[in-house]
Design a protein around this ligand. Structure first.
Ligand SMILES: Cc1cc2nc3c(=O)[nH]c(=O)nc-3n(C[C@H](O)[C@H](O)[C@H](O)COP(=O)(O)OP(=O)(O)OC[C@H]3O[C@@H](n4cnc5c(N)ncnc54)[C@H](O)[C@@H]3O)c2cc1C
Length: 479
């Protein structure tokens, strides 16, 4: 997948723009001419430049998609992070309009002291609002709040011909429902208006406990959907037999008005920030180095076991945690992906209806063990359906699995993914482009359905007939 062969004889784009751009997981790279515009006029100039040079344009936000969704080999890549202004904020009703490069980190820090929190956040705060809309991301509250698209009121989108259109549920509704989750293929979001969520404290009520197996994991979710705002499960993918699918669950709820005696204090930013050292002494920036020796099958077996048994030993815990600490656990250890080594990692996250999920996940976990390719980190979430055209969500569960990639196992992991694809399709499941590196065209047709793909292609033909907007993912899966 490493793609370094650019034909310089046909390139008249400046060489100093050439950059080696990684997939977030570091398992593949592309060479692209990278532009970082700050205004709509600059975006329009890049559109013209691409046409003149016969090149396509890929869009990139924070580059946090695990695979090739924000890459465009041997063509132009628009890095949108410098278009990061807050355009309008109405603290009385929680409506905000932002440029697409505003990060989730910027967003929550801007609104929290006014008593608001983003209704949907990702497991890292490094993502941009444009990239989150491009993938229609979900949070640990997906079963309650749906994906981010359910909270987007309207957006402005720059089309390949240089025009800007406004889309909402009432205006250009077909484009609204296809461009959210549309992988940056229909147009470039230039402004996004969203409804934020009112909060009455900077803290969440958090409960943690262990679950002894997969059935207990599922029953915990089903029993707590009504009485919680967020639930996430972590699973030990090494556990076998009766313990298969064991792990921890973390449940959180917003505090009602009056429950926090000092909300203006807890909502202050200095009371949200993640600590800069671990145990008060180890700088966070070097923790990944300490993780590296454990990033192999025996090492992660040990860590997964220790984590599960420590949870059992200490028993259920209840505490109040700052929003940022609960949501952005993965940001505690900067660059943790480096611990996976030079080959990086890929993630595989299937979504399966609640009726078939337990059997399918059992089969997938067993298959990984049989193939001796256990996934090192496994995260379990509950979802609800939505009305976006290329949605990954459904009334069921997802299981996100991180696999370390090495020269020796790369092909075996791809073969394993093919086998897992079959299980997911049999169970009427779906896939998620933000996490994907390996999906094949026929698998996408099988789960999305040809008519959905035809609808998306018809919009693409209408909005971008010359196919100016493309990514590696788009070419790989939709061709
Ligand atoms: C540690 C970690 C935790 C994560 N946790 C979650 C999670 O909890 N839930 C979840 O759903 N995902 C999660 N993700 C995946 C991530 O949230 C998505 O991939 C998200 O899309 C990344 O946002 P980004 O700004 O980095 O966008 P990128 O990855 O750069 O781009 C994402 C897509 O958006 C398109 N795009 C970017 N900007 C624009 C624009 N202005 N207009 C139109 N299209 C655009 C790109 O072309 C691309 O297709 C996680 C990723 C990581 C690395």
């Amino acid at each position: 997948m490493i793609n370094e062969n650019i034909d310089r004889t046909v390139s008249i784009l400046p060489d100093e723009r050439l950059e080696r751009v990684p997939a977030w997981g570091g398992a593949s790279y592309s060479l692209s001419h990278v532009y970082r515009p700050t205004t709509i006029e600059q975006l329009q100039a890049v559109l013209k430049l691409a046409r003149k040079n016969g090149r396509s344009i890929g869009l990139r936000g924070g580059g946090n998609s695990y695979g090739d969704a924000a890459m465009n080999a041997e063509n132009i890549l628009l890095d949108m992070r410098r278009m990061n202004r807050i355009l309008a904020w109405e603290p009385e009703n929680g409506r905000i309009t932002v440029e697409p490069g505003v990060t989730i980190s910027q967003l929550w820090q801007y609104i929290l002291e006014d008593g608001w929190w983003p209704p949907v956040v990702t497991g890292t705060m490094m993502t941009t609002v444009g990239g989150c809309a491009g993938m229609n991301v979900h949070g640990k509250n997906a079963y309650q709040a749906g994906p981010i698209g359910d909270h987007i009121l309207a957006f402005d989108m720059l089309l390949a011909n240089g025009d800007i259109i406004t889309c909402s549920r009432d205006e250009n509704s077909d484009i609204f429902h296809a461009a959210i989750g549309g992988m940056g293929i229909l147009g470039i979001f230039t402004a996004i208006t969203m409804q934020m969520k009112r909060v009455y404290s900077g803290l969440l009520d958090v409960e943690t406990e262990t679950r002894p197996n997969l059935a207990a994991m599922f029953s915990y979710f089903e029993e707590n959907l009504e009485n919680s705002d967020y639930i996430v499960g972590w699973m030990d993918a090494f556990a076998k037999g009766d313990a298969l699918g064991r792990g921890d669950v973390h449940k959180a709820s917003y505090l009602p008005p009056g429950a926090d005696p000092a909300p203006s204090q807890t909502m202050r930013l200095e009371n949200q920030h993640l600590p800069s050292t671990m145990f008060g002494i180890v700088p966070k920036s070097i923790i990944w180095l300490g993780m590296r020796p454990f990033m192999n099958n025996p090492g992660t077996w040990l860590i997964n076991n220790a984590k599960y048994h420590a949870g059992r030993l200490f028993g259920p815990k209840r505490s109040r945690q700052p929003h940022a600490a609960f949501h952005f656990l993965l940001d505690y250890v900067p660059d943790w992906k480096k611990a996976y080594g030079a080959g990086g990692l890929i993630q595989y996250q299937p979504f399966i209806p609640k009726e078939t999920a337990q059997d399918a996940f059992r089969e997938i976990l067993q298959l990984c063990q049989t193939r001796r390719l256990p996934n090192y980190l496994t995260v379990f979430k509950r979802h609800r359906p939505d009305d976006f055209l290329l949605t990954h969500a459904l009334d069921g569960y997802s299981m996100a699995m991180d696999f370390r990639i090495t020269k020796r196992n790369r092909e075996r992991i791809v073969n394993l993914a093919r086998e897992m694809d079959e299980i997911v399709l049999q169970a009427n499941g779906r896939f998620y482009f933000a996490k994907d590196s390996v999906l094949r065209r026929e698998t996408a047709v099988a789960y999305l359905g040809q008519s959905v793909i035809d609808q998306f292609r018809a919009l693409k033909q209408r909005l971008d007939p010359d196919n100016l907007l493309q990514t590696n993912l788009w070419r790989r899966v939709f061709g």
